[in-house]
Design a protein around this ligand. Structure first.
Ligand SMILES: NC(=O)c1ccc[n+]([C@@H]2O[C@H](COP(=O)([O-])OP(=O)(O)OC[C@H]3O[C@@H](n4cnc5c(N)ncnc54)[C@H](O)[C@@H]3O)[C@@H](O)[C@H]2O)c1
Length: 252
């Protein structure tokens, strides 16, 4: 049964990894999907494979306010204004992120610009779009590093993710009366290009898997189900909450 028919869902970072899997699953559940990504070629390929009646690409760098505003404006003009937005695009600068005493300001700023400012801009224009439609569902992709010691060696990444978790609660509280729900999904360690530095280092990979009670790495498909639930009307009473699907990494 199509659980998302009637929904138009914009997913940032949908050209790859978790965002791509979620966008493709949303389409399979009956939603129209907007593949929003700064990688124009990959976004176009994902949208093309889904078909023009179901999907379109929006080339956007979420850290640029003019670009985010222009994307939402043109979607509205074309009748594709989203009532579901997944703020998922993000970066983790392996080899540059560090313990705080060793962290370079420019590296810090690059991550803040995308993960935190980019999420702020995505949510700002998502809320504006949803206010015009009488409500909607916003989902942020959070991280275990915002919740426990997983972030010890990744100061900027864990700080921006914790900021996203706090932003979700603030926006959920501010717009609950407007029927806009805001929730955070926390994937566990998920094998995508983002974490290729871990995938390609057997010792690091074994170490992180040893901290996952269910005993395996995550895959993008592992969070599709919770994303569908939160996007759907089944989740009408869920807002301001954090849903970990992380193999137990943060919850046991
Ligand atoms: N992979 C993991 O282990 C893991 C775990 C927890 C949370 N997350 C989070 O999940 C989200 C997706 O991660 P992933 O593993 O799928 O990564 P990924 O690198 O596979 O995909 C990220 C996508 O985001 C896009 N993107 C990056 N910066 C952008 C920008 N400024 N504007 C628009 N698009 C941009 C990239 O082009 C890419 O298509 C991120 O927020 C990440 O922090 C990942």
């Amino acid at each position: 049964m199509a659980r998302l028919s009637g929904k138009t869902a914009l997913v940032t970072g949908a050209a790859a990894g978790i965002g791509r899997a979620v966008a493709e699953r949303f389409a399979a559940e009956g939603a129209r999907v907007i593949i929003a990504d700064r990688d124009a070629k990959a976004a176009a390929e994902v949208a093309l494979a889904l078909g023009a009646d179901v999907a379109r690409a929006a080339v956007v760098d979420i850290s640029n306010e003019d670009a985010v505003k222009a994307a939402f404006d043109s979607l509205e003009a074309e009748g594709w204004s989203p009532n579901v937005v997944v703020a998922n695009a993000g970066v983790q600068l392996f080899g540059q992120d560090a313990k705080i005493a060793d962290l370079d300001f420019a590296v810090w700023q690059r991550t803040v610009d995308i993960n935190l400012t980019g999420t702020f801009l995505t949510l700002k224009y998502a809320v504006r779009a949803m206010l015009k439609q009488g409500g909607g569902s916003i989902i942020l992709t959070g991280s275990p590093t915002a919740l426990n010691g997983e972030g010890a060696d990744f100061t900027e990444y864990s700080s921006t993710k914790a900021g996203m978790h706090g932003m979700a609660r603030a926006v959920a509280g501010a717009y609950a009366k407007d029927n806009i729900r805001v929730n955070v999904v926390v994937p566990g360690y998920t094998e995508t290009a983002l974490v290729s530095a871990i995938i390609n280092d057997p010792a690091s990979r074994a170490s992180i898997i040893s901290r996952i009670p269910l005993g395996r790495a995550g895959a993008p498909k592992d969070v599709e189900g919770i994303m569908v639930f939160l996007a759907s009307d089944d989740a009408d009473f869920a807002t301001g909450a954090t849903f970990a699907v992380d193999g137990g990494m943060t919850t046991i």
